[in-house]
Design a protein around this ligand. Structure first.
Ligand SMILES: O=C(CO)[C@@H](O)[C@H](O)COP(=O)(O)O
Ligand SMILES: [Fe+2]
Length: 220
C-alpha cells in the first residue's frame, strides 16, 4: 500500500504536538520532517531540538529530510534525536557514499534525494546502498509550491531504473502534491507520498481521509 508522509513544515508550529497527533490518528504512516539550513536552500526551518521535543509525542516513523550542506556532520545528532530514516541530498554531499555509510552504521534507514533537475545518473553507484530515493517535485526550500509537470517522466524513469537493477527501493516524491494530482504521481511509480499544505492546511482528518481513499485503490 502507498504510504502518506505529512510534512510538518505546513503544520501550526504553535500547536505542533496537537497537529502531529491529529495526523497520526487520522492515518498518517510517516512524519516528514524538513530540516533547512539557509545555505543548501534559502530558508531556515528547524533542527535537532524540535525533533527531540516531538519524539515522545508520536510513535510515527520519523522521515527526516535534511536540506543541509555536508549533512555528514549532523547524522549522529539526528539519530540521537529520534530519526528512523535520514534523507540527504546528493547535491549537498562531497562524499555521498561515506555519508550513506554513516547513516547505515547508526542502524537506521538511508535515503538520497535529488533536486528536480539533477539527473538520475547521480544515483548510479548508490542505488544498492539505500532504502529509498526521494525525488523533489519542487525546488526545495519552501512548502506550498506547484508540482513541476516534468517530474512524472522522471518518476517513471526511476521506477524503470530500479526494476532493471532488480532493486527493491521505495520511491518517495515531495512537493506540490494534493488529492487532485496524487493519482498521477502513484501511477508514475511513487509509493511514498509527502504532502504538507494538502494535509495541514484546513481539516487534517478530512485531508488525510481524501488521500487514503485514493491510496485504497492502489493496494500494491
Ligand atoms: O522538502 C520540502 C520543501 O523543500 C517539502 O517537504 C515541503 O514541505 C512540501 O510541502 P508541500 O509542497 O506539500 O506544501
Ligand atoms: Fe521534504
Amino acid at each position: 500500500m502507498v504510504k502518506l508522509a505529512p510534512s510538518i513544515l505546513a503544520a501550526d508550529f504553535a500547536n505542533l504536538g496537537n497537529d502531529i497527533l491529529q495526523a497520526e490518528m487520522a492515518g498518517a504512516d510517516y512524519l516528514h520532517i524538513d530540516v533547512m539550513d539557509g545555505a543548501f536552500v534559502p530558508s531556515i526551518s528547524f533542527g535537532v531540538p524540535i525533533i527531540q521535543a516531538i519524539r515522545p509525542v508520536s510513535k510515527l516513523f520519523f522521515d527526516v529530510h535534511l536540506m543541509v550542506e555536508e549533512p555528514i556532520r549532523y547524522i549522529d545528532d539526528f539519530v540521537k534525536a529520534g530519526a528512523d530514516l535520514i534523507t540527504v541530498h546528493a547535491e549537498a554531499c562531497r562524499h555521498l557514499n561515506r555519508t550513506l555509510a554513516k547513516i547505515k552504521e547508526n542502524g537506521i534507514k538511508a535515503c538520497v534525494s535529488l533536486n528536480p533537475t539533477t539527473p538520475l545518473s547521480a544515483l548510479e553507484y548508490v542505488l544498492n546502498d539505500v532504502d529509498m530515493i526521494l525525488l523533489m517535485s519542487v525546488n526545495p526550500g519552501f512548502g506550498g509550491q506547484s508540482f513541476l509537470p516534468f517530474m512524472f517522466e522522471k518518476i517513471s524513469d526511476l521506477k524503470n531504473m530500479a526494476l532493471r537493477r532488480n532493486c527493491n527501493i521505495d520511491i518517495e516524491v515531495d512537493g506540490g502534491i494534493s488529492a487532485s494530482n496524487v493519482e498521477q504521481v502513484i501511477k508514475a511509480g511513487a509509493n511514498v507520498i509527502v504532502a504538507g499544505t494538502a494535509v495541514f492546511k484546513g481539516d487534517i482528518n478530512k485531508n488525510i481521509a481524501d488521500f487514503r481513499k485514493i491510496f485504497a485503490t492502489y493496494p500494491d
